[in-house]
Design a protein around this ligand. Structure first.
Ligand code: HEM
Length: 377
């Protein structure tokens, strides 16, 4: 069993080299995370919480729990307790893990707009997501005060760790909904990135802020101070109309996305690692990437926003689909993209969104800097 003290938490938290140190500990040099590296564990401390950019290749299993915080509950102490529980869980030092090795478990905690607004309505993360088309969302599955995202290579660890966290929170929180997800085997995109196929058979997660430089620009919040090092998460649980999509000829399926199904190359040519050329046309003047292709409608330059880090998981309960998850430092990256998709994305009519929420993912923490302390002092 690893002990809590094994984590060089203070050093990892303090500024320069923190990311490099964390990446080194996680065995996350550029390239695909190997199973033996996963087993080494992912440091829960640092400038950012784990489970967003680290591990570089998302673990195969996920459980998210969305909960509300009771009226009058002191949010600061609640988050501090949750953060302490996360450190114990990652170290295998929580009795409620029942001796299960945590392996590469990561726990990522976010707070919903209601709690952020109570601190300062001008903060990132203070706004609810608007309603969009193709939604069928019961009130219970819209919004929420608290996100706990758990990811691991071992699916059995997830509900047990979630149970430990909920027990630590006690009657201060009330669960709204939870969702399990999984990612299949991944396809290498380049030296740094690999991505899994979704239930439509297409590789999902190719384009994103995958370099440290892009992550500073588009993923992590630079400020204001209490949220610096955090990010904004969007969760959208979608049913996908598998029967109707599978009935399409492969070329029509590819036209929906704007990529080849087998190689994932954009329809404008090249390989999976090639940037799509939105201007490329056939000799008779038709776009190679159709006007309503998902790749074109969601393209960051066409939308005029930064890159979102998509880290979605496939689901089969309550019905086959996708738990879309994106992380970005400006909520407009998501809202403007989906708005542009609503105006003519061939993929959207195959989707029905049944849960939707956004959360401020709190900055990183350690034993000396409790989770959420900068925001909920
Ligand atoms: C909430 C709705 C969604 C948003 C905001 C969104 C966003 C994005 C973005 C920004 C890209 C990259 C486009 C580019 O710059 O080339 C993309 C690509 C892609 N999306 Fe989506 N997407 C959504 C829903 C879905 C759904 C429901 C699926 C699967 C059924 C999906 C599968 C893909 C695939 C396969 C690609 C191409 C490969 C890649 O770039 O990863 N997306 N999406």
């Amino acid at each position: 069993m690893r002990r809590v003290e094994d984590h060089p938490s203070r050093r990892a938290f303090l500024g320069a080299g923190a990311t490099a140190l964390a990446a080194g500990l996680a065995g996350c040099e550029p390239g695909v995370t190997r199973p033996e590296q996963r087993a080494a564990g992912v440091p829960p401390t640092g400038r950012h919480q784990a489970g967003v950019a680290l591990p570089r290749e998302a673990q195969p299993h996920l459980l998210v729990v969305v909960a509300d915080v009771g009226d009058g509950v002191a949010v600061g102490p609640l988050l501090a307790d949750l953060g302490a529980a996360v450190l114990d869980l990652a170290a295998g030092a929580d009795a409620r893990l029942l001796g299960l090795p945590p392996g590469d478990l990561t726990v990522t905690v976010g707070v919903g707009p209601r709690l952020v607004r109570a601190v300062d309505p001008a903060l990132p993360g203070a706004a609810d997501l608007p309603a969009f088309a193709h939604e069928r969302v019961v009130p219970q599955a819209r919004g929420g005060d608290l996100l706990v995202q758990l990811c691991a290579g071992d699916p059995v660890v997830l509900p047990v760790a979630a149970g430990a966290l909920l027990a630590r929170a006690g009657d201060r929180v009330r669960e709204r909904w939870r969702q399990s997800g999984r990612r299949g085997s991944t396809v290498p995109v380049n030296q740094e990135v690999s991505a899994p196929r979704n239930v439509f058979g297409f590789v999902d997660g190719v384009v994103g802020p995958h370099t440290a430089e892009r992550q500073e620009r588009d993923l992590w919040l630079a400020g204001p101070g209490p949220v610096a090092g955090g990010t904004l998460a969007v969760l959208r649980r979608m049913e996908l109309d598998l029967a109707r999509f599978a009935a399409l000829p492969v070329a029509a399926q590819e036209a929906v996305f704007g990529r080849r199904r087998d190689t994932s190359a954009p329809l404008s040519g090249g390989t999976v690692a090639t940037d799509p050329d939105l201007n490329a046309k056939t000799p008779d003047g038709r776009y190679l990437i159709p006007a309503d292709a998902h790749l074109r409608r969601a393209h960051s330059a066409a939308v005029g926003v930064g890159l979102m880090l998509r880290r979605s998981y496939s689901i089969d309960e309550p019905s086959p689909g996708l738990l879309f998850m994106s992380f970005q430092n400006d909520i407009r990256t998501f809202t403007s993209t989906l708005t542009r998709m609503e105006n003519g994305d061939a993929l959207l009519p195959f989707t029905t969104t049944t849960a939707t929420a956004t959360f401020l993912i709190l900055p990183g923490f350690d034993r000396d800097h409790p989770l959420g302390a900068a925001l909920f002092a």
